[in-house]
Ligand binder design. Structure first.
Ligand SMILES: Cc1cc2nc3c(=O)[nH]c(=O)nc-3n(C[C@H](O)[C@H](O)[C@H](O)COP(=O)(O)OP(=O)(O)OC[C@H]3O[C@@H](n4cnc5c(N)ncnc54)[C@H](O)[C@@H]3O)c2cc1C
Length: 416
């Protein structure tokens, strides 16, 4: 690398939703920011017209992405209601945005919005070119720590702070010596796809806890409510995220489309009628993990999936990553961002928040799919608890506000 390598205040590695948002937040604070991405985002669309990778954004995430111009107008699919139930009990939970959310800042019209991952990344990417030093396609091959900066080999640049936002495998985290602890046990596997149902989804999200794990159906509507020919969309599409044991996952992945749709009909108890079409299936291992330190060196920060991975059952992975981006914007108010102690409080608070979320997911999974889940006493306790929550306006409101990113736990660091 030449001695006169381009020098930046910050280098963000990874242009997923979290890396792009972090880079743009810092650029808006007046920092010079490099963004390094090995595979520039592209708009993906499957056979049914949607990207198979979708995320449910909390209102807090929608607000940040709007600010960063990451959404094309209003996100097309609001989740106005949610229905959660299980295979082995009579109790179920129902949430409605217009009923269960008391939002002092205004009436909540939606619990969340479902967006296609590549619709957001390609839009943020389009805005990145003029504000950031973009290096793509490019991969960081090594980090060389100097007295007051870090050299990134690969893009061949120098930065005072390196932000690893390079996803769950985080090659940059590995280069920086980040220690990541995964949950013990074999973990679950998940299948993601998009399917068309015979009954209207009515902007409702469904989650059913089965014997081996939860299956979620998230409503999807094409942008503008029109299909590819310009006709008003009348079909009912949902994003499917089905978490299960490894052997069951293998079976579901390898069966034909018809057999898969039949299995999905049964697993969701025909809540949306019958499934009529399904896109290709994408399988991935699910293991919750957390880094030992979000700031293992004064000049390294780890965010998004590079910092922790959550079970998809809560649909919070991208939301907690966007909280990282917001919290970074709060700390970054001037000076050398790699100066000692700049990020210590951030690192503590973000780790605590992640730990709480991981524990909550672990408890929920154990209650429904763990070794004791079918025990009659566990079943009784579960159903009694669910009935109580469903009948308690205050408990429901608190639960849903936390899931929407409006509760005290979510707001701890992100908005202080
Ligand atoms: C099927 C599915 C459904 C999900 N549903 C939800 C949901 O409903 N709600 C929710 O909140 N979350 C959901 N999640 C989780 C969510 O998608 C992730 O938490 C989120 O996308 C992580 O974003 P990220 O930017 O941290 O990482 P990624 O999106 O993984 O981005 C990392 C980027 O880094 C790049 N990169 C990697 N290594 C290098 C390198 N060495 N050099 C340069 N670039 C590199 C990659 O190419 C990639 O672009 C879901 C995940 C899946 C798989």
């Amino acid at each position: 690398m030449s001695e006169r390598a381009p020098t930046y205040d910050v280098a963000v590695v990874g242009a997923g939703i979290v890396g792009l948002s972090t880079a743009l937040v810092l650029a808006r604070r007046g920092y010079s920011v490099a963004l390094i991405e090995r595979r520039p985002p592209q708009r993906d669309r499957g056979d049914l017209g949607f990207d198979i990778r979708t995320v449910a954004l909390t209102p807090a995430s929608v607000a940040l992405l709007r600010e960063l111009d990451g959404l094309d107008g209003d996100p097309p699919t609001p989740i106005e209601a949610m229905h959660v139930w299980e295979y082995d009990g009579a109790a179920s939970l129902h949430f409605r945005a217009d009923h269960d959310v008391s939002d002092p800042a205004g009436s909540a019209e939606a619990l969340a919005h479902v967006v296609e991952n590549s619709a957001v990344t390609t839009r943020l990417w389009a805005g990145a070119g003029e504000r950031l030093g973009v290096y793509a396609p490019s991969s960081v091959t090594d980090l060389v720590f100097e007295r007051d900066a870090v050299r990134l080999l690969g893009p061949d640049i120098v930065a005072r702070l390196v932000v690893a936002a390079d996803g769950a495998d985080s090659p940059v985290g590995t280069l920086a010596g980040v220690v990541r602890r995964a949950e013990r046990g074999r973990g679950q596997h998940a299948i993601a796809t998009v399917a068309r149902a015979s009954r209207a989804h009515d902007n409702t999200a469904y989650q059913r806890f089965g014997r081996t794990g939860p299956v979620a159906l998230l409503p999807l509507t094409l942008a503008g409510g029109v299909d590819g020919t310009g006709a008003v969309e009348t079909e009912s599409h949902v994003a499917v995220i089905w978490s299960t044991s490894e052997p069951e996952h293998e079976r579901l992945k390898s069966m034909g489309d018809e057999a898969f749709m039949d299995a999905l009909d049964r697993e969701t108890e025909g809540v949306l009628g019958t499934f009529e079409a399904v896109d290709r299936r994408f399988g991935f291992p699910v293991r919750q993990s957390l880094v030992a330190d979000f700031n293992p060196n004064a000049r390294i920060l780890v965010v998004g999936d590079a910092a922790r991975t959550l079970h998809p059952l809560a649909g919070q992975g991208v939301n907690i990553g966007l909280e990282d981006a917001r919290a970074i914007g709060v700390v970054a108010t001037g000076g050398d961002l790699g100066a000692p102690d700049t990020w210590r409080a951030f690192a503590r608070e973000r780790r605590l928040r992640s730990k709480l979320m991981i524990s909550a997911m672990r408890t929920l999974l154990a209650a429904y799919s763990g070794a004791w889940a079918s025990n009659p006493w566990v079943r009784l306790a579960r159903n009694t608890g669910i009935r109580w929550i469903d009948s308690s306006t205050a408990a429901k409101s608190q639960l849903i506000r936390e899931a929407m990113g409006l509760g005290p736990l979510a707001l701890g660091t992100a908005s202080s």
